[in-house]
Design a protein. Structure first.
Lengths: 677, 214
């Protein structure tokens, strides 16, 4: 382990640590532009120069590994002069347009010019100008501001796996661009905005909206897919203005998907902001009392009462609804909105047991009926990262799709699984020889009527190939929504969806994904949620709830990791936090639920399931038999998510997501779909 | 204006390597170990350019990307980096003048000016009859005989003066043979103008004949 001195402080570091990283460990700031901890190191900006004793020239600290007995100075006069020189060179062609630049206030170049630059320019010649590039509906470009750090190119090549951006031309004519002006076809493209240290790549939907210092920042989590990415919600005056990633090495590292980042405009559209009651086929505004009284009456008279929770339903609301249903003696509740034939009793059977960070330990992956790129883009990025580092073998049972790592297609029917279970087939050898093999099941296969048998079959494969051991669990189901995980963890399952939809009273807790047309003609439908989507359209009573940015709520991700969203803005109009609505209704019904505060509801959740004891952590679950042996239908697997950008009421209400869907999903289907269409 | 920005001409709708070119392509690819075929990108661009009137259309870059199984943008990066590749049509005689310091000190500026005047076009332009394109490039690696111009990517004409360069233009236009290399007359290849002046003894004792010496 190299031991060296930086600015008079001694430090011992892991072999391979760069001087810049070592300095960071000591809390010494070294300015940089091209270096980014999650990307490869090109050392092309020269901003990070430091002086090493006995070395004739200054060295680029980002690319120089630490060695024994180095004596580094990051503050010497030579270093200072070099930094000033680099800054001056960068600013030769950089425009002085900070007042009209969206990066202003959070720009690396601006900050470092303040700290290390001159306070005036000696440059009198003409600056060069570069034509802007068209990168699609999400990213705005002002390429004259580009300082050629190539972070965006490396992000595309390495993380997003779309080698579309590049360095074009040379010298004075050098530009960052795409192949003959293509747009970027990645579901992670928004991260380019974060990696770009200047205002060359900025957010199109957020353009000219606010300055960073005007924003209130709330740390929260995303709930629009099963990942539970950690986010920061930036708001001003009661409106969400943008969403940024927050570092969590176990979940999303520092990336978020374009859906997570850009769906926020959907929070303003189609909102339910007051209770409604349907009178003569039309929704009329009503008061909470009127709505509650009507519901209480209907429930009292009803024989059969069913409830369904949706993709965005939070744990607090689900437990309250479950307790309410139990108190009136109905067990017909379900969180899996479509025909759900899988075993909900054993958590190991529907969790992502390997964990997201655990993927990096895998050396063979079998994807069954799932396209992680559209179902959980961030998990797909981990798979790609693992492939990039170790060139692991990846097999797919399912339709052909556009994944950003090489895979072997093994067929698309359950018979391939049967062969594997019997130790036959091309991929059997791979799994046998792997140290840490893993299998990922998509939720699509579990919507089939033979889901139970398939689940049992995959369990057997997991057991046969030694995927379940004390130190490793390679069996995974990939949930494409947090809502379903919340329901499963809380036992909001076991009902029969057909029976539920035919009940006298149907309570939809943000449920819009099931076949609304299957709801009984005479059923009295209650819709509690935040968007006027399919469920609300059919409802007889609408109870306006809060979206994930408007409440303190718990969501469990596909790994079984509970996390909290935080209230960033208040729900619009009369809308309320969801568990409180159910609590209030219970009182009107004379079945008052035994909790009054958020802490009490959370205490009740912890009683129901131990996962809620430790927020932010995954508690591994016991392995047990699940599924049921049986015959599998020979029909091919169908993917659960067909349009990455349109998966729930919020994304469907978002104009930005609609544009993306049009540009990348529909537009791409003839070119070769990016996100599987 | 950079190559990447030029758009005022038509791109062909398709591109395929001719069977002869394809033979060369296969030979080049065979030089590299399997999985590293992307290394063949530069020769392939060159083959495409020779086949296609001295410039590389977009479809050719796409075809090369397909053959070498590499992203299109990576082919584009290489093609735009080197002045050797033309991504827009050029005249029958593409003259690339070196204007880097050694050539400039030895009068490349005057040589270029003489050509511009003679042809009535500026650097970066093509004559209306499609005969000549003039461009400026960085060091061509023949600085000993500066100033230097390169024709169509492989013929060098050196020791240019405003006079001899105009003669060159006229000969090229007339389709007359014109000697490559130094235009000086006195110089043999790259030896000094005053003839070979050093290492005489050593050459003699080693029995080597000194070029240009009687
Ligand atoms: S666009 Fe931004 S990230 Fe890309 S090279 Fe330019 S400055 Fe760097
Ligand atoms: S950060 Fe070291 S050279 Fe750019
Ligand atoms: S400077 Fe002209 S050839 Fe080298």
């Amino acid at each position: 382990m190299p031991k060296l001195t930086i600015d008079g402080m001694e430090i011992t570091v892991e072999p391979g640590t760069s001087i810049l990283q070592a300095a960071e460990q000591l809390g010494i700031e070294v300015p940089r532009f091209c270096y980014h901890d999650k990307l490869s190191v090109p050392a092309n900006c020269r901003m990070c120069l430091v002086e090493a004793e006995k070395a004739p020239k200054l060295i680029a600290s980002c690319a120089m590994p630490c060695a024994d007995d180095m004596n580094i100075s990051t503050k010497s006069d030579r270093v200072k002069a070099a930094r000033q020189g680099v800054m001056e060179m960068l600013l030769i062609n950089h425009p002085l347009d900070c007042p009209i630049c969206d990066q202003g206030g959070e720009c690396d170049l601006q900050d470092q010019a303040m700290a290390y630059g001159y306070d005036r320019s000696r440059y009198e010649e003409e600056k060069r100008a570069v034509k802007d590039k068209e990168l699609g509906p999400l990213i705005k470009t002002v390429m004259t501001r580009c300082i050629h750090c190539t972070r965006c190119v490396r992000f595309g090549d390495e993380i997003a796996g779309v080698e579309e951006m590049g360095v074009i031309g040379r010298g004075e004519h050098l530009e960052i661009g795409t192949y003959i002006e293509q747009s970027i076809t990645s579901e992670l493209s928004g991260n380019l905005i974060d990696v770009c240290p200047v205002g060359a790549l900025t957010s199109k939907p957020y353009a000219f909206t606010a300055r960073p210092w005007e924003l209130t920042k709330t740390e929260s989590i995303d709930v629009l897919d099963g990942v539970g990415s950690n986010i920061r919600i930036d708001t001003r005056g009661g409106a969400v203005l943008r969403i940024l990633p927050r570092l969590n090495e176990d979940v999303n590292e520092e990336w978020i998907s374009d859906k997570t980042r850009f769906a926020w405009d959907g929070l303003k559209n189609q909102r339910l902001d007051r209770p409604y009651i349907k009178v003569n086929g039309r929704h009329q505004p009503a008061t909470w009392e009127e709505a509650f009284t009507l519901i209480a009456e209907k429930i009292k008279k009803a024989d059969k009462i069913g409830a369904v929770s949706g993709t965005l339903a939070d744990c607090e609301a689900i437990i309250a609804l479950k307790d309410l249903m139990d108190s009136i003696g109905s067990k017909q509740y379900e969180c899996r909105q479509r025909v759900a034939q899988f075993d909900a009793t054993v958590p190991a059977g529907w969790r992502f047991n390997t964990t997201i960070a655990g993927i990096e330990q895998a050396d063979a992956i079998l994807l069954v009926g799932t396209n992680p790129r559209t179902e959980a883009a961030i998990i797909n990025a981990r798979i790609r990262k693992t492939w990039l580092a170790n060139r692991i073998k990846i097999g797919v049972i399912g339709p052909e799709m556009d994944l950003n790592y090489p895979v072997k297609y093994l067929g698309d029917t359950p018979s391939v699984l049967e062969e594997l279970a019997a130790g036959k087939g091309a991929f059997a050898e791979v799994l046998k020889n792997a140290q840490n093999p893993m299998v990922v099941l998509g939720t699509g296969m579990l919507r089939r009527h033979d889901g139970m048998a398939l689940q049992a079959l995959v369990r057997k494969i997991a057991e046969k190939y030694n995927m379940v051991r004390d130190d490793w669990n390679g069996y995974n189901m990939l949930a494409n929504s947090t809502g379903v995980m919340n329901g499963l963890e809380l036992g909001f399952s076991g009902g029969d969806i057909h029976t539920i939809l035919q009940s006298d009273v149907v309570y939809l807790l943000g449920a819009d994904e099931m076949a609304v047309s299957e709801i009984g003609f005479n059923s009295f439908v209650i819709y509690q949620g935040h968007h006027g989507d399919a469920g609300a359209a059919r409802a007889d009573v609408i109870l306006p709830g809060a979206a994930y940015t408007e409440k303190n709520a718990t969501y469990v991700n596909t790994e079984g990791r509970p996390q909290h969203t935080r209230l960033a803005v208040f729900p619009p109009g009369d809308a309320r936090e969801d568990w409180k609505i159910i609590r209030a209704l219970s009182e009107v019904m004379g079945k008052t639920l035994p909790y009054n505060t958020l802490a009490e509801v959370r205490g009740r959740m912890a009683q129901q399931s131990p996962v809620f004891e430790k927020i932010g952590a995954v508690i591994p679950v016991e392995w047990a038999a699940f599924g049921k042996d049986g015959k599998c239908d020979p029909a091919p697997f169908v993917l659960p998510v067909t349009d990455f950008y349109q998966t729930d009421p919020i994304t469907r209400a978002s104009n930005v997501m609609k544009k993306c869907s049009a540009a990348f999903v529909q537009g791409a289907s003839d070119k070769k779909a990016v996100v599987n269409g | 204006m950079s190559h990447a920005q030029k758009r005022d001409f038509e791109q062909p709708a398709s591109f395929t390597f001719t069977p002869e070119s394809m033979k060369e392509v296969d030979a080049v690819i065979a030089k590299y170990p399997k999985g590293y075929q992307a290394s063949a990108v530069m020769p392939l661009l060159w083959i495409a350019q020779r086949q296609h009137d001295n410039w590389i259309p977009e479809k050719a870059m796409e075809e090369i990307a397909r053959i070498l199984d590499m992203p299109k943008i990576k082919v584009f990066e290489v093609a735009t980096f080197y002045t050797m590749y033309n991504l827009a049509p050029v005249g029958k005689h593409h003259l690339q003048f070196c204007t880097t310091t050694p050539c400039w000190l030895r009068g490349s500026g005057e040589a270029v000016e003489a050509c511009e005047k003679h042809l009535g076009i500026k650097l970066g332009e093509t004559t209306p009859d499609g005969e000549f394109t003039l461009t400026d490039v960085e060091c061509l690696g023949a600085c000993v005989n500066a100033p230097v111009v390169q024709r169509n990517g492989d013929e060098f004409y050196e020791d240019l003066t405003p006079e001899n360069v105009v003669q060159l233009l006229d000969d090229l236009k007339a389709g007359k043979k014109h000697p490559h290399g130094s235009q000086d007359g006195a110089r043999h290849k790259s030896s000094g103008v005053e003839g070979a002046t050093c290492l005489h003894e050593q050459a003699k004792s080693a029995g080597i004949k000194i070029a240009g010496e009687k």
